[in-house]
Design a protein around this ligand. Structure first.
Ligand SMILES: [Fe+2]
Length: 483
């Protein structure tokens, strides 16, 4: 029998797990559903099946995938858990078996040696396959329509351990670029594995290089010719943990290091750059322009996601992420990473028009704290669109107490220009028990949603979303399958 969950900020309010799978045809829409929106919106988040006996962390829930299918002027919805071996073992036992983050010291003997995976962080289509991703394990393939769990992907035996939750799919050639950190385990040598997987899902490059220390590398940046790995002072350290300190901690006073690698090049061509210590888990986009590499990122000078080395915590207010531009000289004249703030709103997940990832973009989208103070706990109450060429912001407030998820761009059918389409996000209005999928005109967020898809219960707040248009190469197989 499942027991009630503990009272915890990430298990209550807009985070409270719903714990059921649904299949809902032809959802009610308030407003006008655009008839040139034809595609699928996926979202994944952590929705624990059982409450761990010891503590909990926002990143620790079992992955639940939601799919909203826009076709024939209607939208339908389906959600399913990612049925990892962890999920199946715990369902069979009727209780939580793994410690938080799979900590073996808190895990049941029956799962010692079993892979800890939740598949809760990102949900990405590539090569006609839908991948549920969590950076500590290989991708799990899901059926893109039914959302049933299929199998682990190992890309010809080359990916047997960690695989990033933020691979980049370059829509100019169909490649998916990814990496793994902590590939030798938490006690092993800190190394990064860098992968290139072609548009058919075949691995074409798989190299490794030394990391300066066990930095939690959540994302990386890709341009037409370069990949850039950020090593920030958020460190996993088993020795510190064995001595009673936090396993994952921010190391004050340590600088950030960027490893620049030719996208198709060898690891002996890596260029290392240094800058003051930054927290950066998500970028908007990166590209090359006039002898420079430009990366627009959500960055802060510290983090409240994990404690400092001494166990003290930073506040969200002091470590709020803002949109910054990092500029690197590609001529080699200087190794300085120039940093400027493009917009100082407190944002969470910045996103471009994904079709132009790796090339110059001017439009960006993010969820944002406007009146809320810490969106992880209170919920992000606003959506923002940046024009980084003019510096103009375009903002919509959902009302105090609302919680909105990642805001992502969805091209209209036939669109070829950047930001020609819609922006979508899942929202819990304040004091309500339902959820809305809000649809904006992508260049006029401030005008408010043009349509709101009504979900008659509260979908817990989650992590990353992606939209695939039916007329694009990535989304097309999903709709061929349905036809
Ligand atoms: Fe992420």
């Amino acid at each position: 029998m499942a027991q009630p969950f503990k009272d915890h900020p990430y298990l209550t309010g807009h985070h409270q797990p719903m714990r059921f799978e649904a299949d809902a045809p032809d959802l009610i829409v308030h407003g006008e559903l655009p008839d040139d929106l034809h595609g699928v919106f996926y979202r994944v988040g952590g929705e624990p099946l059982y409450d761990p006996p010891e503590g909990y962390h926002w990143f620790d829930g079992d992955g639940m995938v939601y799919g909203f299918f826009f076709e024939d002027g209607r939208v339908s919805m389906r959600n399913k858990w990612v049925r990892t071996e962890k999920f199946e073992a715990e369902l069979k036992a009727g209780r939580r078996l793994f410690g938080v983050f799979g900590n073996p010291m808190e895990s049941d003997p029956s799962v010692q040696g079993m892979r800890y995976n939740t598949g809760n962080t990102n949900i990405v289509l590539h090569g006609g396959k839908l991948l549920a991703l969590m950076e500590g394990a290989p991708p799990i393939e899901m059926d893109p329509r039914s959302l049933s769990t299929r199998e682990y992907l190992d890309y010809g035996g080359t990916v047997t351990g960690p695989f990033s939750a933020h691979p980049k799919v370059d829509q100019f050639n169909g490649e998916m670029l990814s990496f793994g950190w902590m590939i030798n385990g938490p006690m092993g040598k800190p190394e990064i594995r860098y992968d290139i997987i072609d548009k058919h899902g075949q691995i074409v490059r798989n190299v490794q290089f030394d990391a300066p220390y066990m930095s939690m590398v959540h994302t990386f940046m890709v341009t037409e010719n370069w990949v850039i790995f950020p090593f920030n002072p958020l460190e996993t350290n088993i020795q510190r943990f064995m001595q009673g300190g936090p396993m994952n901690a921010w190391v004050r006073g340590r600088s950030s290091k960027l490893a620049m690698l030719p996208r198709n090049g060898d690891t002996d061509k890596i260029r290392w750059l240094e800058m003051p210590g930054r927290h950066m888990f998500h970028e908007l986009n990166a590209w090359e322009e006039d002898g420079k590499l430009i990366a627009d990122v959500a960055a802060a000078n510290g983090t409240a996601l994990f404690p400092n080395e001494d166990g003290s915590m930073n506040t969200h207010k002091d470590t709020a992420l803002e949109l910054r531009r990092w500029t690197i000289d590609l001529t080699g004249a200087t190794d300085e990473v120039k940093e400027e703030t493009l917009n100082d709103r407190d944002i969470q997940f910045p996103r471009p028009d994904d079709r132009f990832m790796t090339r110059k973009t001017r439009h960006g989208y993010a969820n944002c704290n406007l009146h809320s103070t810490d969106g992880r706990v209170d919920g992000m109450d606003a959506a923002i669109h940046f024009d980084t060429t003019t510096g103009k912001e375009d903002l919509y407030h959902f009302g105090d107490g609302a919680a909105c998820g990642e805001l992502i761009f969805a091209p209209r059918v036939g669109a070829t220009d950047e930001a020609d389409g819609y922006a979508l996000t899942l929202v819990h209005p304040a004091n309500s028990h339902h959820t809305e999928l809000a649809i904006f005109q992508a260049r006029d967020i401030a005008a408010g949603p043009i349509a709101r898809v009504f979900i008659p219960y509260r979908i817990p707040s989650g992590f990353h979303c992606n939209y695939y248009t039916a007329d694009g190469p990535l989304g097309a197989p999903v709709f061929e399958q349905a036809a």
